[in-house]
Design a protein around this ligand. Structure first.
Ligand code: HPA
Length: 252
């Protein structure tokens, strides 16, 4: 085990941890208000590697949130980068080993629901994990592993966003307009390339899981504009203030 990782784990074990959050593409600034107590690069976490995606800092921070510690993961590794499920869920397993009970996953996503615009948030109350060809056969049965108590709590917060369903696709390319039409017909509100596998692993390990999408674009074919990762990163900024407020409310 690297010394840097060992030092981080020792610091985290000394704190009562209130939650862990994973910040997706362009969303790193959500945690800018928290004091950092310790930090470790993903490359120094056994079983993990640096992230290659622009807009991901590739670092796990131990922060101070009130009287408790908060783990903040800046970015993630994805299937589309060629990583196996063990690596995609490595952070989730680490959170469980450190005694975290609540996980908040965030991501950048394309909006299918007509009322979702760039900068809007969507609280994920169900998901579709569409990572293999056979998964498309189960479009009628989304997975509902998100914390019922957490979802109720969010509904009570001021300025609570819309709730809805998220479909995780393999990527790395964005969807075709035909795929988006098929997903919309099945009730999908937002689409992205992450979160579902981590959420299922965390629920399996007994964590209370919440997930929030920041809508960075209208999904493919819903506007004339071609999609780009640069647009995703730029538009993620519009959701940061609301996301910070919402996460603060959840962990309070
Ligand atoms: N599709 C898939 N992933 C995404 C999108 C999208 O439109 N926007 C941000 N991440």
């Amino acid at each position: 085990m690297s010394g840097l990782f060992h030092e981080f784990v020792t610091a985290a074990q000394a704190e009562p941890l209130c939650a862990a959050i994973v910040l997706g593409s362009g969303l790193g600034a959500v945690a800018d208000g928290y004091d950092i107590l310790a930090s470790v690069a993903y490359a120094n976490i056994p079983g993990l590697v640096s992230t290659t995606v622009a807009g991901h800092r590739g670092r796990l921070d131990l922060c101070r949130a009130g009287t408790a510690g908060l783990l903040v993961a800046h970015g993630r590794v994805h299937f589309y980068e060629g990583h196996p499920v063990e690596r995609v869920t490595r952070l989730v397993h680490l959170f469980a080993e450190l005694g975290v009970e609540q996980l908040i996953l965030t991501n950048a996503a394309g909006g299918l629901h007509p009322l979702l615009n760039p900068g809007d948030l969507l609280v994920i109350d169900r998901h579709w994990k569409l990572l293999g060809p056979n998964d498309w056969k189960s479009l009628s049965t989304p997975t509902r592993i998100y914390s019922p108590a957490g979802l109720v709590k969010i509904r009570t917060l001021a300025n609570a966003p819309r709730f809805g369903g998220y479909a995780a696709l393999t990527g790395p390319c964005y969807e075709t307009p035909a795929e988006i039409r098929a997903l919309a017909a099945c009730g999908v509100d937002a689409v992205g390339m992450s979160t579902a596998v981590e959420a299922e692993a965390a629920a399996h390990l007994g964590l209370e899981v919440l997930a929030i999408s920041c809508i960075t674009n209208k999904a493919a074919g819903l506007t004339a504009n071609p999609l780009s990762h640069r647009e995703v990163e730029t538009n993620a900024q519009f959701g940061i203030h609301h996301l910070r407020e919402l996460i603060g409310g959840v962990i309070a």
